[in-house]
Design a protein around this ligand. Structure first.
Ligand SMILES: [Zn+2]
Length: 282
């Protein structure tokens, strides 16, 4: 049996990740909200996020309570929104006037859809500073019109200076990809991660510790997605003309809340990629 299939034990042993999926329905539990999420609050709205009188959902809840719960969880967002808007007005009377004028974000952030990684909050970026795209396992697939449109628009029209691909340790998408199982509609998406494993099979198979190998696949996935960003014509042509954007690979760690910079050597990677993928007409 190859090392690729060994993480079956690895992922079972990771307490923050929940159980292995045995069906598509169970897979969704892997990216369900965690208790960790309560540690991330936006200044100014934290006072209304945790209403002790709110109903909590449980699987055996009677239908009328489910209805009340859904109404409360819906209303809470609007309460938070009103508090946030008021806080912004108090802090900066011209805030919404500036917001309405347009955007000129410095960063394009491509991250995982995982609910525990609020990009602006962990980086201190404010409204208007980051153009954001998120999907399961922060993938950049060249036939995904969504992410390709985001990159194109961010580079050619918003003139972002940095493109960040941010993964995270404990990624449910990467974990699911390491699980030898048919996951239905997720198969073609997760295949991209399995391909990353295949590309780096010898390095990963030399890592005996399951958790370390899993963490390294998270990092290698980020690096490969950065390479996919660099393969795009928009990035190559803008960099040749303007000297930006620069592409970065980061990984977020739930255990300490810190970002790890994988220190991608952008000019060197670009040069290497352009041996085959040069789209600058030079
Ligand atoms: Zn993830």
């Amino acid at each position: 049996m190859s090392q690729f299939h060994r993480p079956l034990q690895c992922v079972r042993s990771l307490p923050t990740l929940g159980r292995l999926p045995s069906s598509n329905r169970q897979f969704s539990r892997l990216i369900a909200p965690s208790a960790i999420a309560k540690h991330f609050t936006t200044p100014g709205i934290s006072q209304c996020r945790h209403n002790s009188s709110s109903t909590k959902w449980s699987p055996n809840m009677p239908s009328d309570e489910v209805t009340r719960y859904l109404q409360q969880s819906h209303d809470r967002v609007f309460e938070n929104n009103r508090a946030w808007a008021e806080q912004q007005r108090r802090t900066d009377a011209g805030f919404f006037q500036k917001l309405s004028a347009g955007q000129e974000p410095e960063y394009l952030w491509i991250g995982c859809s995982d609910s525990r990684i609020p990009a602006e909050q962990i980086t201190g970026l404010q409204a208007g500073e980051a153009f954001i795209h998120r999907n399961i396992a922060n993938l950049v697939c060249n036939i995904d019109v969504n992410v390709m449109s985001v990159i194109n628009y961010a580079v050619e029209h918003l003139h972002v200076k940095h493109i960040v691909v941010c993964g995270h340790y404990g990624c449910g998408g990467v974990k699911a990809a390491m699980t030898p199982q048919d996951l239905g509609i997720l198969n073609p998406w997760l295949r991209n991660i399995r391909d990353v494993y295949r590309l780096h099979e010898s390095e990963l198979d030399e890592i005996d510790d399951n958790t370390e190998r899993y963490n390294r696949l998270v990092e290698l996935n980020v690096i490969e997605q950065c390479r996919n960003v660099i393969k795009t014509a928009a990035v190559q042509q803008s960099y040749a003309k303007n000297g930006f954007p620069i592409v970065h690979g980061w990984v977020f760690d739930f255990h300490d809340g810190l970002l790890k910079d994988l220190k991608i050597d952008f000019p060197a990677v670009l040069q290497d990629i352009q041996k085959i993928y040069n789209l600058t007409d030079n």
